[in-house]
Design a protein around this ligand. Structure first.
Ligand SMILES: NC(=O)C1=CN([C@@H]2O[C@H](COP(=O)(O)OP(=O)(O)OC[C@H]3O[C@@H](n4cnc5c(N)ncnc54)[C@H](OP(=O)(O)O)[C@@H]3O)[C@@H](O)[C@H]2O)C=CC1
Ligand SMILES: CC(=O)N[C@@H](CCC(=O)OP(=O)(O)O)C(=O)O
Length: 344
């Protein structure tokens, strides 16, 4: 299948291009940039010299449809809302990495403070978390690739929520991200001087991923879930670590919960469950599409603590988008994604 990468000069778009170089079935035939149209990607990123030969072009849907069957859209939120209907109308399938097609119109307006996509387009969107929605993804025309924090949080919590093992009212998620999560545009809060040797919470209580996480958990829980969710910026380039806490509804042991997680993710190639006493770190998954999960029950407090780690740019964005493209194409989910993490 021929694919276009929209926003190829951005961090996630660039990762899609890089990962697709080793994909046996998906060929990158078009790459776009608004500010660099007409230039070569290697002028912006010389490390790709000799590896990428397509020129950067503007994201014109009809022109892209002549070159590709599927588009990965890696634009800032708000922009894909305008482009996606044109791409769909031109006959392309779309995987949107932005938040635009993950929420209801009212939630999108409230949490992103932008104009939402039309109800007609939203009705076509399938939430692209392959571990839970593989069948719907396989037949979709528009896939809303999950957010980075929601990916780690949902994979960490859904086994517990589905089995009614935690009281959803007691749920707290403490999340930390590397700075590439903010994209390549420089802002005062992600500037080197602000981030280096520093550690800070941000968007406390107002993070745009709150309704996304609550929405999916509620679907699987059968009742409305609300959670306390706090994001932190860590002075590292890649990686997300989420720590989730909740009160257990029955006396279960760490061993029993680990067995449940092993069983839930037995056939999922990118979720790895740790042995008792072993907690994952961000480097364990760096540059790979894995999500590693560890947990422990505290019998004193009757709470469970679940640690989830992903690479925000890979399982949190580009890798998951390719996993979704594999499902769309009827390929094994691991096609082109079987890379071991880079530990140092
Ligand atoms: N970074 C991450 O870890 C994750 C990001 N996401 C989401 O994926 C999307 C892409 O993120 P990311 O790659 O980090 O973003 P970047 O800011 O790094 O890249 C954005 C891309 O969009 C292009 N673009 C086109 N028009 C505009 C415009 N008007 N203003 C700014 N950029 C424009 C830019 O290219 P050019 O300037 O050359 O035109 C650039 O290639 C976002 O919606 C983000 O929220 C989702 C999960 C994880
Ligand atoms: C470190 C950092 O700033 N991360 C970003 C992640 C943004 C993102 O993934 O955006 P979507 O809304 O498109 O999912 C943030 O917290 O806003």
């Amino acid at each position: 299948m021929n694919v276009a990468v929209i926003g190829a000069t951005g961090y996630t778009g660039l990762e899609v291009v890089r990962l697709l170089m080793q994909h046996p079935e998906l060929n990158v035939t078009a790459i776009t940039s608004d500010s660099q149209a007409g230039a070569m990607l290697t002028e912006v990123y010389p490390h790709l010299q000799g590896l990428v030969h397509e020129p950067l072009q503007r994201a014109e849907a009809m022109e892209l449809a002549l070159k590709a069957d599927l588009a990965f859209v890696a634009l800032p939120s708000g922009l894909s809302t305008g482009l996606v209907p044109e791409l769909l109308g031109a006959g392309l399938k779309v995987i949107d990495l932005a938040g635009d097609h993950r929420l209801s119109q009212s939630d999108y307006e409230q949490w992103y403070q932008k104009t939402p996509p039309s109800a007609e387009v939203l009705a076509q969107a399938v939430y692209g978390l392959p571990e839970y929605y593989a069948d719907q993804i396989a037949t979709a025309r528009l896939i809303a690739n999950p957010g980075c924090y929601p990916t780690a949080t949902l994979l960490s919590l859904l086994p517990l929520v589905q089995q009614g093992l935690i009281d959803p009212d007691t749920l707290i998620v403490d999340a930390k991200s590397g700075v590439s999560g903010a994209g390549k545009a420089v802002s005062p809060s992600s500037h080197f001087v602000e981030v280096n040797e520093n550690f800070k919470a941000y968007k406390v209580g107002v993070h745009q991923h709150i309704p996304e996480i609550e929405g999916v958990l509620s679907q699987h829980c059968g009742e409305k879930v609300t959670l306390s969710f706090t994001t932190h910026l860590v002075p590292m380039t890649r990686g997300i670590l989420t720590t989730s806490y909740a009160k257990l509804t029955s006396d279960v042991s760490t061993e029993e919960l680990l067995a449940l997680y092993q069983e839930t993710y037995r056939d999922q190639p990118f979720v790895r469950i740790r042995e008792k006493g072993n907690m994952p770190a961000t480097k364990d998954v760096s540059t790979s599409n894995f999500c590693d999960i560890g947990l422990r029950v505290d019998p004193r407090t009757k709470r469970v603590t679940v640690i989830g780690v992903i690479d925000n740019l890979i399982k949190g964005a580009a890798g998951q988008a390719i996993q979704n493209a594999n499902l769309l194409c009827g390929l094994p989910q691991t096609t082109g994604l079987r890379t071991a993490p880079v530990y140092f």
